[in-house]
Design a protein around this ligand. Structure first.
Ligand code: XMP
Ligand code: MG
Length: 193
């Protein structure tokens, strides 16, 4: 058994998670991202496409930090079950407003294999937007299996499963204010947890 001196350990469903990125760190990084987006999109009235469910808290916080005039739609794709990616993508909520000639910014919670965006971005281009960029809170660079990239991103993380700040483990943990990462199997947890 390995052991670790964890201070912030929580249980979500049947797994233990440890504090990984706290809310102050997230807020500071989002402020920097918002300033970059403000600068790049001044006068362009971009349209944010927020990928539900995982991105809802990230999008709400990021958009409130923006100073530019922007609008948004919510979309829902599915590609993920439990903690391993399935590679299957389907769109559950359509885009209800025309994207033609719009500057589109897709808002994702996390890019893992990249399969989701790789399937989705070409669908957007069919509507002839002026541009398509991607903002993702988290990126797992070593997990990438497709030629996709985030034009703006918050944090690079290793291939650990994370929850909180909108991200879920089988539907749970989205309301946690910080980001937690899974404690690997075989770690010896203190009795008090
Ligand atoms: P792909 O592999 O298509 O995956 O880039 C993107 C989607 O997978 C989900 N995902 C996660 N969700 N913790 C989560 O709660 C994670 O560590 C994680 N890794 C990937 C997520 O829904 C994302 O949109
Ligand atoms: Mg997601």
């Amino acid at each position: 058994m390995q052991s670790a001196n964890y201070h912030h350990i929580i249980k979500v469903h049947d797994r233990y998670f440890t504090l990984y990125i706290d809310r102050e760190t997230i807020h500071a990084r989002l402020t920097e991202m918002a300033r970059n987006i403000d600068a790049d999109y001044a006068g362009l009235n971009p349209k944010f496409l927020v990928v539900l469910n995982g991105s809802f808290i990230f999008a709400a916080d990021l958009l409130r930090l923006l100073r530019l005039d922007a609008d948004l739609s919510f979309i829902k794709l599915s590609s993920y079950a439990g903690t391993t990616t399935t590679g299957h993508v389907s769109m559950q909520l359509g885009i209800n407003e025309p994207l033609k000639d719009r500057h589109v910014i897709v808002v994702e919670d996390i890019i893992d294999t990249g399969l989701t965006l790789h399937s989705f971005v070409p669908i957007l281009w069919e509507q002839e937007p002026a541009s398509v960029k991607v903002v993702s809170l988290l990126v797992k660079p070593t997990a990438l299996r497709c030629d996709v990239r985030a034009d703006y991103h918050g944090f690079d993380i290793p291939e650990h499963f994370v929850v909180g700040y909108g991200l879920d483990y089988d539907g749970r943990g989205r309301n946690l204010e910080d980001i937690f990462r899974v404690v690997p199997d075989g770690f010896d947890l203190p009795d008090a947890v």
